[in-house]
Design a protein around this ligand. Structure first.
Ligand SMILES: Nc1ncnc2c1ncn2[C@@H]1O[C@H](COP(=O)(O)OP(=O)(O)OP(=O)(O)O)[C@@H](O)[C@H]1O
Length: 474
C-alpha cells in the first residue's frame, strides 16, 4: 500500500532492523561473514570503522590475503574475468540480487551501517585503500587461470568514432563494435590515478566501477557489456557500455523549456527504480547528478559513473581529496558528518527533482560554506529541535545567517500567474521530504517510489512519448 504523501517510516529499533532479512543473505559466503562482523560491531554500539578494521580483522569478502591481492593486481592485465558473458557469481564479484527485497535500506529504513563521510568526496586513494581492495579484490584470479589478453577482446574490435566526453576518470568515446556493428560507448580508463595504480598498474576507482557495473543488471543502470584491452601501450583498459545519446546535464543545458510535470515524473520514476535496485543491493552511488544520468531517444534514463559507488557492508577508508561537485551534496556531509547512509543519494535525488522542474540547479554553491548557506537560506537554518545532533557536527560551529522559515515553496509555487511551472501539494511534499535536512527523516527510495505524486494526474509520461533530442555527438 502506498504511504500517504510525506509519510516517513519511523526508524525501527536497531535490533528489529538487524533481524530483518538482509540482502547480504543473498551474497556469497565470504561477504556474508564480513557483513556479520560489521553487524556484530554495530550491535555492540556502532564501533568506529577503524575499530572494526583493526580489532576485528576483516574477513575478506574475497577470502584472499593481502599478498595474494598484490599478485592479483599485478596480474590484472594477464587474467581475464571481465567478460559479462562469462560472469558468474564467484568469489570476488560484487554480488547483486535481481529481486527487490522487502527489507534493507530499500524498505523504507536507512542503513544501519554507515560509510565514512570522508570517503564520500574521495575519488582518489590513499594507503588504507589497499585494505579495502583486499576486501574487494578477486579471490582467485590465478585459479581462474585465463589470460586476459586471450580472454578479453582487443580494443581493435571496437572502432572509435568520436570523443563524447572526458571525465576525471575516463575518456568516453562513441564507438562501433566491429562484429555486431552496434554503436557502443567506450570508456578508456585513465591511469595515474593513485598510488595503487602506480604500484600495480590499475586505478582503484575504475576497478570498483567495473566490478559494480558488471554485476548490476537493471534497465535504469547503464549496461557494461565487457572490458576490452589494448591500445597504444597494449595495456590500456576500456569498458564497453551500451551507448545513450545524451546525459541529463546536456539535455537541460540545451532545452529551452523545462520538462513538463509528466516528463519529470517519468524521469524521476526511472531514477528511483535504478536507485532502489542499488540500495536494495547495499550499494550507495554517492555521485548522483545530472551528468551521471544518461538518456536516450527512447525516453530511457540510466544511472552511470559508478566510480564513487560502494557496497556499504564494506570497510571504510579515509579520504585524500575532494573532487566532486558540491551542488548535490547533502548537508550532513558538508557539516562534516563522520558517517552516512543511503540518505545521501536521496538528497541528490531531491536536488535533481528540483532541477528537472525548474531547469536550474537548486543550490549552486561556490564553496562548502556557500553551499551550506544556500541550503539553509532556502530550507531554514537547522537547530537541535528540528535536527537532533546538528550542533555536534564539526562544521556546525560556523556562524550561519539565521533563517527561521522554509522558503522552498516560494521557489516551487502551487499557482503561477505568469504561466510558469507549478507544483501540486503532493509534488511539493515529495520534494520537501527528499530535501529534508536531517538524514534520519529524509525520504527513503521506497517511500519516494511509492509517493502519491506519481499516482495523481498528470501521470508519468510513457517513455515512448518522451521528447527526443538531436544527436550532438556524431
Ligand atoms: N554509456 C554512455 N553512453 C553515452 N555517453 C556516456 C556513457 N557513459 C558516459 N558517457 C558520457 O561521458 C561523461 C563522463 O562519463 P563518466 O561520468 O562515466 O566519466 P568520469 O570520468 O567518471 O566522469 P566524472 O568526471 O563526472 O567523474 C558522462 O557525463 C556522459 O556524458
Amino acid at each position: 500500500m502506498s504511504p500517504e504523501p510525506g509519510y516517513v517510516s519511523p526508524v525501527q529499533p536497531l535490533e528489529a532492523r538487524l533481524s530483518e532479512k538482509n540482502p547480504v543473505d543473498d551474497l556469497e559466503e565470504g561477504q556474508l561473514e564480513e557483513d556479520q562482523v560489521m553487524q556484530e560491531s554495530v550491535k555492540e554500539g556502532f564501533l568506529e570503522e577503524e575499530q572494526v578494521m583493526h580489532e576485528q580483522p576483516m574477513k575478506s569478502r574475497w577470502g584472499s590475503p593481502k599478498e595474494e591481492l598484490v599478485s592479483h593486481a599485478d596480474n590484472i592485465y594477464r587474467t581475464s574475468r571481465w567478460n559479462r558473458s562469462s560472469l558468474t557469481p564467484e568469489c570476488g564479484e560484487v554480488m547483486v540480487s535481481e529481486e527487490h527485497h522487502s527489507s534493507g535500506s530499500g524498505s523504507g529504513y536507512h542503513s544501519v551501517e554507515k560509510l565514512s563521510a570522508d570517503e564520500y568526496s574521495d575519488r582518489e586513494c590513499c594507503s588504507s585503500d589497499h585494505v579495502e581492495v583486499e576486501n574487494e579484490a578477486p579471490a582467485s584470479l590465478d585459479q581462474e587461470g585465463m589470460n586476459m589478453m586471450l580472454g578479453s577482446r582487443s580494443v581493435n574490435n571496437v572502432q572509435k568514432l568520436n570523443k563524447i566526453n572526458e571525465g576525471t576518470y575516463g575518456i568516453v568515446y562513441r564507438a562501433r563494435d566491429e562484429k555486431t556493428k552496434e554503436i557502443v560507448a567506450l570508456k578508456k580508463i585513465k591511469m595515474k590515478e593513485d598510488r595503487f595504480e602506480e604500484e600495480y598498474g590499475f586505478p582503484l576507482t575504475s576497478l570498483r566501477e567495473i566490478n559494480i557495473l558488471l554485476s548490476c543488471n537493471h534497465p535504469s543502470i547503464v549496461n557494461v557489456r565487457e572490458v576490452v584491452v589494448g591500445g597504444k601501450n597494449d595495456n590500456d583498459v576500456y569498458m564497453v557500455m551500451e551507448h545513450l545519446e545524451h546525459d541529463l546535464r546536456g539535455v537541460m543545458d540545451t532545452k529551452k523549456e523545462p520538462f513538463s510535470t509528466s516528463e519529470v515524473k517519468c524521469l524521476m520514476m526511472q531514477l528511483l527504480e535504478g536507485l532502489s535496485y542499488l540500495h536494495t543491493n547495499w550499494i550507495i552511488h554517492r555521485d548522483l547528478k545530472p551528468s551521471n544520468l544518461l538518456m536516450n531517444n527512447s525516453g530511457e534514463l540510466k544511472i552511470c559513473d559508478f566510480g564513487m559507488a560502494r557496497q556499504y557492508g564494506s570497510p571504510i577508508k579515509p579520504y585524500t581529496q575532494m573532487v566532486i561537485t558540491q551542488w548535490y551534496r547533502p548537508p550532513e556531509l558538508l557539516l562534516g558528518a563522520k558517517e552516512y547512509s543511503t540518505a545521501v543519494d536521496m538528497w541528490s535525488v531531491g536536488c535533481i527533482m528540483a532541477e528537472l522542474l525548474s531547469q536550474k540547479p537548486l543550490f549552486p554553491g561556490k564553496s562548502e560554506l556557500d553551499q551550506l548557506q544556500k541550503i539553509f537560506s532556502v530550507l531554514g537554518t537547522p537547530n537541535e529541535a528540528n535536527w537532533p545532533g546538528f550542533s555536534s557536527f564539526p562544521n556546525a560551529k560556523a556562524k550561519f545567517p539565521s533563517q527561521p522559515y522554509n522558503m522552498l515553496r516560494k521557489k516551487f509555487p502551487a499557482i503561477s500567474f505568469v504561466g510558469g511551472q507549478i507544483l501540486s501539494e503532493r509534488g511539493f511534499d515529495l520534494l520537501s521530504s527528499l530535501l529534508t535536512l536531517d538524514p534520519e527523516k529524509r525520504l527513503t527510495v521506497e517511500e519516494a517510489r511509492n509517493h502519491g505524486w506519481f499516482h495523481e494526474v498528470p501521470l508519468p509520461k510513457s517513455k515512448d512519448f518522451m521528447p527526443t533530442y538531436p544527436p550532438k555527438r556524431c
